[in-house]
Design a protein around this ligand. Structure first.
Ligand code: MLT
Length: 259
């Protein structure tokens, strides 16, 4: 298996332009978009549809009023002041996506970087939403998919690389025991080996971690997102661009389970 890692959000444009048809794409937005989507699916959400803009989310809801609207701008929930009409139902804190809120529901989410990163990979043979919460399950799916080329995408923050996503990529590569690594993959692996020993403390010291910890309502997201393999679901994108839970054993898609 050859693994390439895209470290910066400026790579989204590169990914959109490249032929990814033979690649499996694994997207990390540890704090917090992919951690949140994995949590939603683990708690029985039917699907999570990542979209890039608030307008796209509102349009989807106009077409299907049963959809839940979720996401953030600048880390905070999207209120009526931003949409000019409705407030979104959920923000982007994984701890909001309880079974009580999401079981059986389809969620449309727009976040600053995570949803853009996932959309940028829509040309891949398979696209997976990954986080520390589902690291091992994602690695098992990639092994099961028999992929020869794996592209790991670090979603980052605004236009910058985010340390926590590089750590996730590095831990994933270590777990995957790949045979061939691009330079980006080596950077991620070495970063993980150097800093991953105390994951929660390293996340707390990252730019995004420190910001979340400074907001009382969101501080609990940091230890939550450090919970390695706490939610062992495979979050895979279907042909319509919706993330759904894939069962590892059968490869079957969409049987929402309650953890
Ligand atoms: C993103 O998509 O950029 C992040 O998930 C932002 C956040 O932590 O809410």
């Amino acid at each position: 298996v050859h693994v390439e890692v895209y470290l910066s959000p400026s790579d989204f444009a590169v990914l959109r332009a490249r032929d990814l048809a033979d690649a499996v794409a694994v997207v990390f937005d540890v704090l917090r978009a992919t951690s949140t989507f994995v949590t939603a699916l683990g708690h029985g959400a039917r699907a999570v549809i990542p979209v890039e803009t608030i307008e796209e989310a509102l349009e989807a809801r106009r077409r299907d009023p049963s959809l839940l609207l979720a996401g953030e701008r600048n880390g905070l929930p999207i209120g009526a002041d931003r949409t000019g009409s409705v407030a979104f139902d959920l923000g982007n804190s994984p701890r909001e996506f309880t079974a009580e809120r999401v079981v059986g529901r389809t969620i449309v989410s727009t976040t600053t970087n995570g949803t853009r990163a996932l959309r940028a990979c829509s040309g891949a043979r398979e696209t997976l939403a990954a986080s520390f919460l589902n690291l091992d399950a994602t690695a098992r799916r990639v092994e099961g998919a028999g992929a020869e080329r794996v592209i790991v995408v670090c979603a980052g923050t605004f236009e910058e690389t985010a340390l926590e996503d590089v750590l996730g990529a590095g831990a994933f590569i270590e777990r995957l025991a790949a045979t061939s690594l691009g330079d980006g993959a080596r950077i991620a692996l070495e970063t993980w080996k150097g800093l991953g020993g105390n994951l929660e403390a390293t996340l707390a010291a990252s730019r995004n971690g420190a910001k979340l910890l400074s907001i009382p309502d969101l501080a609990g997201d940091v230890p939550f997102c450090a919970g390695r393999d706490a939610i062992p679901v495979v979050a895979t994108m279907d042909d319509g661009g919706a993330l759904r839970q894939r069962l590892l054993e059968t490869g079957q898609v969409e049987i929402p389970s309650r953890l």
